[in-house]
Design a protein around this ligand. Structure first.
Ligand SMILES: Cc1ncc(COP(=O)(O)O)c(C=O)c1O
Ligand SMILES: N[C@@H](CCCC[NH3+])C(=O)O
Length: 417
């Protein structure tokens, strides 16, 4: 019977099936949320965001004296989310002038901002310098030259991003640590880049940065990456990237504690703990905070059973980009025995949110839920087929509040001149 069904770890904390078998997130009934805010909609449990930030801080606090946890904001760039993590005491990783603007608008202390990017423009570097961001993570020699030219007597703290030639087990599109990478300087070129940064007046090289990949389910590669960068010298800061994977369906990522322990142990083994460890989690802080609600528009049988919903690749591009898998349920009838493909509304056959999922007799009007859409969901949303991007709704203690409104047709026309 549906009400006895357990929710998988993909769902936010707190969420449950109520006595009628209806999904409740942050104390809010999923069907009522769908009625109030429409669908598709991203529903975010604020307590889940805060809980994961606190768990990450506590795990570092238990093992290291000097550390900084930095929110990789590319994973969920909206001011309400930035604000939560600023309040929780995290730093912030931005990867463009746009993310910088959002982080500043949300109230992040510029000193806690790390400015990233493999192809930073003059305009972006100037914006970072003018905002007095604490750290620019330098990616390449051309950027060093550009930065020197822009300093105008100022001093800027920098880290150097190094590509450690360590591959994490993940989808090729989100693996970054391999030698043949667009990110960072190679191990071979790193000594010259370090010497150049150390010689540059106005640039204060405080340490090295690496990031080996995203959605990593194994912590062993971190040890190899720290060992590699340790060969390049001893600095006050080591930035160990983010990368911890999330549970989408049957993945069982390391816990936050296991992940932090592995990174701290690696630093202790190869560098020692007398330095600041900076970590940049994105996905692990936000993926499981959020569910997407959809409404079924059509159910048909074309060899398979196809359930068509009112969103798709415009609100969740990850299945198309990475073959990512998601759980789907009818929000008030979990479980079921009808084998379905849940498809989006877009003009692409690949626009399928989940293949081969079991639903309980899906019908037009049913609200469907996809958990674990917090990371790179809103972030990668787009207007394909002129579909307005969904709202973001925060839920907490039974209250729901809109933090990003749904786009309108006027928004779609707003930039046309
Ligand atoms: C430099 C950098 N830091 C942090 C992250 C965040 O990674 P994740 O979301 O896997 O934790 C990324 C993206 O993978 C990144 O490129
Ligand atoms: N967009 C990717 C993650 C990118 C990682 C950024 N360095 C995903 O959804 O899995």
């Amino acid at each position: 019977m549906a009400v006895t069904q357990q929710l998988s770890p993909a769902y936010p904390q707190p969420s449950r099936l109520d006595e009628r078998g209806v999904l409740e997130i942050g104390g809010c009934d999923a069907l009522e949320l769908a009625r109030e805010f429409g669908t598709p909609a991203y529903v975010v449990s604020e307590d889940d965001l805060r809980g994961r930030a606190r768990a990450m801080l506590a795990a570092y606090g238990a093992r290291a004296e000097r550390f900084e946890v930095v929110f990789a904001s590319k994973a969920f760039p909206c001011t309400a989310v930035y604000r939560v993590f600023a309040e929780e005491g995290l730093g912030c990783d931005v990867a463009s002038g746009g993310e910088l603007a959002m982080a500043l608008a949300a109230g992040f202390d510029p000193a806690r901002i790390y400015f990233h990017g493999n192809a930073k423009s003059v305009g972006e570097l100037r914006a970072a310098l003018d905002a007095r961001v604490g750290t620019i993570v330098v990616d390449n020699g051309d950027e060093i030259a550009r930065l020197e030219a822009l300093l105008g007597g100022r001093t800027q703290r920098v880290l150097l991003r190094v590509t450690p030639d360590v591959r994490g087990e993940t989808h090729a599109a989100i693996s970054t640590g391999q030698a043949d990478s667009k990110f960072g300087v190679s191990m071979a070129d790193a000594p010259a880049a370090i010497a150049r940064l150390q010689a540059a007046p106005g640039l204060d090289l405080a340490g090295l940065h690496f990031h080996i990949g995203s959605q990593l389910l194994d912590v062993v590669p971190y040890l190899r990456a720290v060992a590699a960068v340790a060969e390049l010298g001893d600095f006050p800061i080591v930035n160990v990237g983010g990368g911890l994977g999330a549970a989408y369906t049957d993945e069982r990522p390391p816990s936050i504690e296991e992940y932090v322990a592995a990174k701290v142990d690696a630093v202790q083994a190869h560098l020692g703990l007398d330095r600041v460890i900076v970590d940049e989690p994105g996905r692990a802080l936000v993926a499981n905070s959020t569910v997407t609600l959809y409404t079924v528009q059509s159910v048909k049988r074309n060899v398979s059973t196809w359930v068509g919903v009112d969103g798709g690749m415009s609100d969740n591009l990850r299945p198309m980009l990475y073959g990512a898998r998601y759980e789907v349920q009818v929000a008030d009838r979990f479980g079921g025995d009808v084998l379905c493909h849940v498809a989006g509304k877009h003009c692409e056959s690949g626009d399928v949110i989940a293949r081969d999922v079991m639903l309980d007799d899906p019908r037009p009007g049913d609200v469907l839920v996809t958990p674990a859409t917090g990371a790179y969901g809103h972030a990668l949303a787009n207007n394909y087929n002129g579909v307005p991007r969904p709202p973001v709704v925060f839920v907490k203690d039974g209250d729901a509040r809109l933090v990003v409104r749904r786009e309108t047709s006027e928004d779609l026309l707003a930039r046309d001149v």
